[in-house]
Design a protein around this ligand. Structure first.
Ligand code: ADP
Length: 489
């Protein structure tokens, strides 16, 4: 199958969150299954390293509303794979400090930037004669692509048999813009209606992808069910319900070429299931040294790697920190985001200098060392479409402590006598979203860590021995691609 994967970020080109890991990990896995995969991204000049920038292969003129804007297409490959990468270059849109925002403010022309990108990708596909069977668009930045395909491009011979799949990575980010931004899309105005691209008088690019794709999916089965309810649907639950059986959930995988403790070059010591005890002990000592915590092998070291936002449940940790850190517990948090949480981390460090360490910023290598060096990972998210860090934690032998939502519900199996008996238990989950339930869940994990090493070791083993790679999920994507194609024949 010829697959054109379109995303606004992908590893190692540009990354702000899980989407980047998924875009590259899934593309590689699909190519590994023998499919011809092309990945299209904006060319962020300030972010993409020169050795990844490829070569120009052509220039196109893209209509953006009444403007005509040049797009230079650059071609390269995704490192370590057969995946071709197309970078869409237009400096006035993408040569900026941030991908979507700067200093906490979204770029005012985001609708124009991603309208341009969406059309440029389809024009580039035609120019390069790619004739994709599937265009796989991701998140609001590419939500116009299914609409462009359905209403314009499929009328052309190059795209007659091209079907679209749209993946939602987070309902909270919808790409909502004033109605007058719709003109940048160049789409017919009759599509600007409440069933398709319009939402309470505004343009909603996520809704465009949901309404206009052949198949829409999200990144875990539980989140696929949750977003059909008002609590998680962020206003688009009716649009999702309207898609019926064209909506499904596929759990993300782990890119095991990047996240594998047996081969991870960032670690002080690499390890496998057989060497996890010594390996993790060495990684823990090295991490404690690196972040300035006392080197106490028996103190339970909890970790967080996260965007610092309400979604990730930092409020629950903050609410119970004073009680938690009275126990023999250490805590390391790596993250960037809202100022209130950056300040909170600083205060926590001042209050518990020997127990709390934090690093504000984005640091890929340290994220790997944290996954390996901690004893348990905290992820008490309010909602979690899939979540990757809990799966990295499982693969690295660091049982996650999580809320029972979305992809966390689908990947973490709570430690109970039954789940330990059938060897599926791999972490700790709480269901009621209160700080009491969170704290009780952490105390349960601390109790097992401190007093029941056989169970703790079994949790590690259960987590590490499950296959978290993309193998299963990539096969599931092929199934939905087939189903999408059957809808345009
Ligand atoms: P989300 O996409 O909602 O941010 P995910 O768990 O799906 O959450 O993916 C987050 C990805 O971003 C993971 O690969 C995680 O390791 C990475 N990440 C988040 N914050 C940081 C940070 N400050 N430094 C390094 N990596 C980070």
């Amino acid at each position: 199958m010829r697959i054109l994967m379109v995303a606004s970020e992908a590893n190692p080109f540009a990354k702000t969150g899980g989407l980047a890991d998924v875009a590259s990990g899934l593309s590689k896995a699909l190519a590994g299954l023998g499919h011809e995969v092309t990945l299209a991204l904006p060319y962020y000049r300030k972010t993409i390293k020169p050795n990844l920038a490829g070569e120009p292969v052509g220039k196109l003129i893209i209509p953006v509303g009444e403007k005509r804007v040049e797009a230079e297409i650059r071609s390269t490959t995704l490192p370590g794979s057969q995946v071709r990468v197309l970078l869409i270059d237009q400096p006035s849109y993408f040569d900026r400090a941030g991908l979507y925002l700067e200093k906490g403010h979204d770029y005012a022309d985001n609708a124009e930037r991603f309208s341009f990108f969406s059309r440029a990708v389809l024009e580039a596909a035609r120019f390069l004669d790619l004739q994709p069977d599937i265009v796989h668009a991701n998140d609001w930045q590419t939500g116009l692509i299914p609409a462009l395909l359905a209403s314009e491009y499929r009328l052309q011979p190059w795209f007659q048999k091209t079907a679209s799949v749209f993946t939602i990575h987070n309902m909270a980010f919808q790409g909502r813009f004033p109605w007058w931004d719709y003109k940048h899309s160049g789409l017919r105005w009759d599509l600007f209606n409440w069933r398709q691209l319009e939402y309470y008088g505004e343009l909603n690019m996520l809704k465009a992808g949901i309404a206009m794709s052949e198949i829409v999916n999200t990144v875990s089965p539980t989140y696929a069910r949750e977003i059909c309810q008002p609590e998680f649907g962020y206003g688009l639950d009716p649009s999702l319900l309207a898609r019926g059986d064209a909506l499904c959930g596929i759990l993300n995988g782990v890119d095991t070429t990047e996240w594998n403790p047996a081969t991870d070059a960032a670690l002080a010591q690499r390890y496998t299931l057989d060497t996890v005890k010594e390996g993790k002990a060495a990684c823990k000592a090295a991490l404690q040294r690196e972040v300035g915590l006392p080197q106490k092998p028996d103190s339970m070291l909890l970790g967080v790697v996260s965007r610092l936002t309400d979604q990730k449940g930092l409020g629950l940790i903050a609410a119970r920190a004073a009680e938690l850190f009275r126990a023999d517990i250490q805590f390391i948090c790596l993250g960037a985001g809202e100022l209130k949480y950056e300040n909170w981390l600083q205060e926590l460090k001042n209050q518990f200098p020997n127990k709390v360490a934090s690093v504000v910023g984005f640091n890929e290598a340290l994220a790997h060392r944290i996954e390996a060096g901690i004893d348990a990972f905290l992820m008490p998210s309010q909602f979690e479409p899939c979540g990757l860090n809990q799966m990295y934690s499982l693969a690295y032998g660091s049982p996650p402590i999580v809320s029972n939502v979305g992809g966390l519900a689908d990947s973490v199996v709570d430690c109970t006598p039954e789940s330990m008996g059938n060897r599926t238990g791999n972490g700790f989950k709480f269901t009621q979203y209160t700080s009491e339930a969170f704290l009780a869940c952490v105390w349960k994990a601390v109790g097992v860590f401190q007093h029941d090493k056989p169970t703790w070791n079994r949790l590690i083993k259960n987590g590490m021995s499950r296959d978290w790679s993309w193998a299963h999920s990539a096969a599931d994507y092929v199934r939905i691609y087939d189903s999408a194609r059957s809808r345009v024949r």
